[in-house]
Design a protein around this ligand. Structure first.
Ligand SMILES: Cc1ncc(COP(=O)(O)O)c(C=O)c1O
Length: 495
């Protein structure tokens, strides 16, 4: 019998229930087995703020962020050695230009010798936001920037420049029974009303793909088209906060029948035809540990409306980051980024990445734990209002903070409260707390870093705390509750 005929007898490889990872470990790091006693001691000394807990002591999964926590591929590590640290026009700059043009479109990276510069490298996402909004803030007073969900640093940078950061979350995001796959969409009806009433106050709009603040949920191609058309009707530019652009494209391929047969690269290109620019932290879908960029479309609505802004950005870039051909990045990091951008749009990579998040979410759902479903591409969000629903916990008891502290101290996994404490505020005058619409603990999954066994161990620990939820003590902030971005700085104690 011919070898190829055997294929017809046995089940196909694709039909097997469990598939191997699409990569092997290139290098590993052993963890020191710190005891629970030691972790609890250090946690108390860190003021129970998980950001202050030494990462070295995390014996489980570090879910604090998927940002800059990527394990790089061996090609990326090799490319570091090819880094060119010349002060001007290093080798990596030209390779990055080619790669950005290839992925997002030629119009996002001009040749500075022939056209006006429109591509600006920064060391991370928030420095792009700072540059952009500090310039936009000079355009007038009472400005509003609408979004499907501004990320916390984006919102902080907008507000620091006296602009209102307005979130127009989709209706489906707030509906726990909805199975809609694109809960990260912007509420188009609300945008219509806003534009009708206040378009003169709106310098630009934003779509965060995927919507990190809105449960990490993806944005549909339809929504991108509709929001773009609405903004353009008023001659207003639309930007992406494009940190997770390829994960967003994967969801469009998977759940929008019009794009099922398109490649990720084709979908990404299409998405970016609707926007006039984007900011990006390459620490996510650049697959690197540091890097960011701000790109303005040649002849787009932004460039036409604000022709002077590119020059102002270069000035800021030179003042705060470096020469425009390296921005805030070292030559070697640019080389690793070029390589990361090649991997991140590969279907094989994305299938594994997003299915890992999905499997973790399913394991929690199967254990009866209340999470936001369906999950997005980079994180699983635990709904803390539901988690404590049948207990006597009140919003001001900050159950999410207590939960993350216990998960870290007792079981060695670090997650992040993004709810009543992180997004709530305390008014020192009235002595009142206000609470946000959503109350989550986020489990962000670093790229290419953990194996299924690690995530299952975390799911089991979460289940134990869920079973013991009535015994989880309340927490009070002993420092910093009145501060802005207080979750990074506050200290806590169990009541
Ligand atoms: C959607 C989004 N925008 C912006 C940022 C800011 O990027 P960076 O951490 O590189 O400053 C982040 C970081 O997590 C993010 O998730």
């Amino acid at each position: 019998m011919a070898v190829k005929d055997l294929n017809k007898i046995f089940p196909k490889e694709d039909s097997l229930l469990t598939k191997p990872r699409p990569y092997v470990n290139h290098s590993v790091e052993f963890k020191h087995p710190y005891s629970v006693k030691k972790r609890m001691e250090v946690l108390e000394k860190s003021g129970m703020n998980v950001f202050n807990f030494p990462a070295e002591m995390i014996t489980g999964v570090d879910f604090l962020s998927d940002s800059g926590t990527t394990t790089m591929t061996n090609k990326q590590w090799a490319s570091l050695h090819l880094g060119d640290e010349s002060y001007g026009s290093n080798k990596g700059y030209f390779q990055l230009k080619k790669q950005v043009q290839k992925i997002f479109g030629k119009e996002f990276f001009n040749d500075p010798n022939k056209q006006k510069p429109n591509a600006f490298i920064f060391h991370q996402g928030r420095s792009c936001e700072n540059a952009l909004f500090s310039i936009i803030g000079r355009l007038g007073t009472g400005l509003i920037i609408p979004s499907n969900g501004h990320f916390d640093t984006t919102e902080a940078n907008i507000m620091a420049n006296k602009i209102q950061a307005l979130n127009l979350f989709s209706k489906q995001l707030k509906d726990p029974l909805s199975n809609y796959h694109f809960k990260g969409d912007m509420d188009v009806d609300k945008l219509k009303d806003l534009l009708k009433k206040s378009h003169k106050k709106i310098p630009m709009g934003f779509l965060t793909i995927t919507n990190n603040t809105g449960g990490g949920q993806p944005v549909s191609m339809n929504n991108v088209q509709q929001v773009s058309a609405l903004m353009h009707k008023y001659d207003l530019p639309l930007f992406f906060d494009a940190c997770r652009f390829s994960e967003n494209a994967w969801f469009i391929k998977k759940y929008d029948k019009n794009y099922r047969n398109k490649s990720i690269k084709e979908i990404v290109k299409k998405m970016f035809t609707y926007v006039d620019g984007f900011t990006i932290s390459f620490k996510k879908d650049g697959l690197v540990n540091m890097g960011g960029g701000l790109f303005i479309k040649e002849d787009g609505y932004f460039q036409k409306k604000y022709p002077q802004i590119a020059d102002q950005i270069i000035n800021l870039q030179i003042l705060t980051e470096g020469h425009p051909t390296y921005g805030g990045m070292s030559g070697r990091d640019i080389m690793a980024l070029v390589e990361g951008l090649k991997t991140v749009v590969e279907l094989q990579y994305l299938d594994y990445r997003i299915n890992q998040v999905k499997t973790f979410c399913k394991s929690l759902v199967d254990k009866g734990i209340p999470v936001l479903t369906p999950p997005g591409g980079h994180a699983v969000y635990l709904d803390m209002n539901k988690f404590f629903e049948d207990t006597d916990k009140k919003p001001g008891d900050f159950g999410g903070i207590a939960f993350t502290a216990l998960l870290l101290g007792l079981y060695g996994h670090r997650a992040c409260e993004l709810g009543n404490f992180a997004f709530g505020t305390y008014n020192s005058k009235t002595k009142k707390e206000t609470f946000p619409e959503v109350n989550f603990v986020r489990f962000a999954i670093p790229r290419l870093r953990y194996e299924q066994q690690d995530l299952e161990a975390a799911a089991e620990s979460i289940k134990v705390l869920y079973d013991y939820r009535k015994q989880i003590p309340s927490v009070k902030a002993i420092y910093g509750k009145e501060l802005s971005l207080r979750h990074f700085k506050a200290k806590f104690k169990f009541k």
